[in-house]
Design a protein around this ligand. Structure first.
Ligand code: ADA
Length: 579
């Protein structure tokens, strides 16, 4: 399934996980594909096609096919949690949806589906080219396929469905917390699928996990016109609440229920369950405050990549990554450089791991940012990332545009526009971006937290402490004064198993030395609010572009564990500092 808990108990839904037919598509031109396809392969969904022995390096287009049986006529919702990079969805041969970007979800509703067998096809394209501003040859691999879960839902014909629910915990006063008093602002959206007016009411319920309901409230009856979309918001007050923190990641279930009123009956027709946590996150006088207390983030940059599964992680491997991180004493992870699989975020909520989640953009030059679709594609990812992952208490920072052109006026326009866009979608979390522009950075005034990617000891031989103090000065001079500072990347190559007393670059010893000198400097400095090691695990890089020439074994080898999660020497060093 797509979540780690039952996020619907009333709505009928099923995972479309399994073997799908798959055929490569031959491109006749950029927009035209050869029509006749031989479905020569069977591929697992979710999955990356590179895991198939005959498609190990396939970059291009392909079509997936599956037969779907619908028992009774209904509206059908299809939910794709991640198709890499682009998807065109066909139902009985007719195109019904299109989506760009591997790392955010999309859905589509097919109205009035008759009972019987139907054909669902998904055309997937992981090629680079003019259609794509964000997926480029890069220092990580972008796989092909339906890499995250696909879900089918059955929506009753004359009814409405809950579209989304946003839960924002609020605590105005931390001085008198004995009663566990909290508020929450709750926004929801309803969509009628009926062809006439329908009446009903919403009920909200709050329950600690696996326990009976703590609080419930029924809203007054409303009428929805045929096909009407309706959004509304309420603020509620609760007592006896346990707050969510790293040490006690206390989660509640927030249920939203739609009861439909017929002439003499009231029927529970749709539901939406979220797991929520009561916590606040903000910045104050150079500190990052979680529940009003200063916190220092200690963690890793992590690519969703594994030699056995590519970017399509089963839960067991997500748990393994988190356990390895937690064992070092880490309390945070940065989802470099794209929004992550939501099940990983569910796990972070449960484990109390704090998340810096960022949009999908790495190392774009000003020329890349001039791509005609750059604005639209970025804003779409931002909107989908924030609205889809809004309720995760673990996410405490939204970030954008890693190492892009934030040193130029033309680039600044994009930083400003995107940060404003995210603020308009969510004003409850601080914003940041990771910069490598040192003294030339010009966008720190736009963010809430200043963040530096610096590699002392690896790309240069500066002293990490001196460089860090200098970075604080650069930030202060460039509009970042009074803002918390995070070392968002530092690290070094270390080839797993390459050990040598000469400790040359590339040995596990040298990697451990460099990481140690960085960690020593940052943990000693009170003005540092966070540090993210580059990186958790080695990852594959694209064969296109400069990358194979820059990266031995066509991998970024800076993981403190290798691709198979075997710890390098640096792992123990990190454990000493983080613990
Ligand atoms: C960067 C970048 C990472 C990675 C790293 C490195 O600063 O943000 O994606 O490329 O450098 O390994 O050099």
């Amino acid at each position: 399934m797509d979540r780690l808990f039952q996020n619907h108990r009333i709505r009928a839904r099923q995972s479309l996980e399994g073997l799908w037919d798959f055929g490569k598509l031959r491109a006749l031109s950029i927009d035209q594909l050869a029509e006749n396809i031989d479905y020569n392969y069977k591929l697992s969904v979710p999955g990356c096609w590179e895991m198939h022995p005959q498609l190990l390096t396939y970059r291009g287009q392909g079509r997936y096919r599956k037969s779907i049986y619908i028992e009774n006529s209904a509206h059908v919702r299809l939910l794709f949690k991640g198709v890499s990079h682009t998807a065109k969805v066909y139902w009985d041969g007719e195109q019904i949806a299109e989506h760009y970007n591997a790392y955010t979800a999309f859905d589509t509703v097919i109205m009035d589906v008759q009972s019987g067998v139907h054909e669902l096809c998904v055309e997937v394209d992981n090629s680079f080219g003019q259609h794509s501003a964000l997926h480029l040859p890069n220092d990580y691999y972008t796989y092909g396929g339906m890499i995250r879960p696909v879900i089918i839902e059955i929506l009753p014909l004359q009814s409405c469905s809950i579209q989304w629910v946003q839960f924002t915990p609020i605590k105005e006063d931390w001085t008198t917390d004995e009663e566990g008093n909290w508020q929450a602002n709750v926004r929801i959206a309803l969509q009628s699928h009926a062809d006439h007016d329908i009446k009903g009411h919403i009920q909200f319920e709050l329950s600690p996990l696996q326990q009976s309901t703590l609080w419930k409230q029924e809203l007054p009856e409303i009428t929805l016109k045929a096909g009407q979309y309706l959004e509304f918001a309420h603020t509620f007050t609760f007592s006896n609440i346990q707050s969510w923190s790293c040490e006690h990641p206390y989660l509640y279930e927030w249920q939203t229920l739609w009861y439909q009123h017929q002439s003499n009956t009231i029927e529970l027709v749709d539901d939406w369950v979220e797991r929520v946590g009561f916590r606040t996150i903000n910045t104050y006088e150079g500190k990052l405050l979680l529940n009003h207390q200063p916190i220092v983030l200690k963690g890793f940059n992590r690519h969703e990549d594994h030699p056995m599964v590519g970017a399509s992680f089963p839960i067991a491997l997500m748990v393994q990554d988190l356990e390895l991180m937690i064992h070092t004493g880490a309390n945070a992870v940065r989802t470099s450089h794209y929004p992550n699989d939501e099940r990983f975020l569910d796990l972070c909520d449960e484990y109390g791991i704090l998340v810096w989640e960022e949009n999908h953009a790495r190392g774009l030059s000003i020329e890349d940012m001039r791509h005609p679709q750059f604005i639209e594609q970025c804003e779409q990812v931002n909107r989908e990332m924030v609205t889809q992952h809004y309720n995760h208490p673990s996410i405490i920072i939204w970030a954008i545009l890693n190492e892009c052109a934030s040193d130029q006026e033309e680039g600044r326009v994009h930083y400003q526009r995107q940060l404003e866009q995210i603020r308009s979608l969510d004003h409850s979390r601080p914003l940041s971006f990771a910069s490598h522009h040192r003294a030339n950075e010009i966008c720190f005034d736009l963010a809430d937290i200043v963040s530096f990617n610096l590699y002392p000891g690896w790309y240069g031989d500066e002293d990490p402490g001196e460089l860090c103090d200098l970075a604080r000065q650069w930030a202060d001079q460039a509009g970042g004064k009074g803002k918390p500072m995070i070392m968002s990347e530092f690290g070094a190559d270390g080839f797993y198993g390459y050990r040598s007393p000469n400790r040359v670059k590339g040995t596990e010893e040298r990697q451990a030395d460099i990481i140690e000198s960085n960690l020593k400097a940052y943990t000693e400095r009170a003005y540092i609010s966070g540090m993210f090691i580059w990186q958790f695990c080695d990852c594959r890089v694209t064969e296109e572009g400069i990358w194979p020439m820059m990266r031995a074994r066509t991998q970024n080898n800076k993981g403190i564990v290798d691709g198979y999660r075997r710890p390098k020497l640096a792992y123990e060093v990190v454990t000493r500092y983080f613990k």
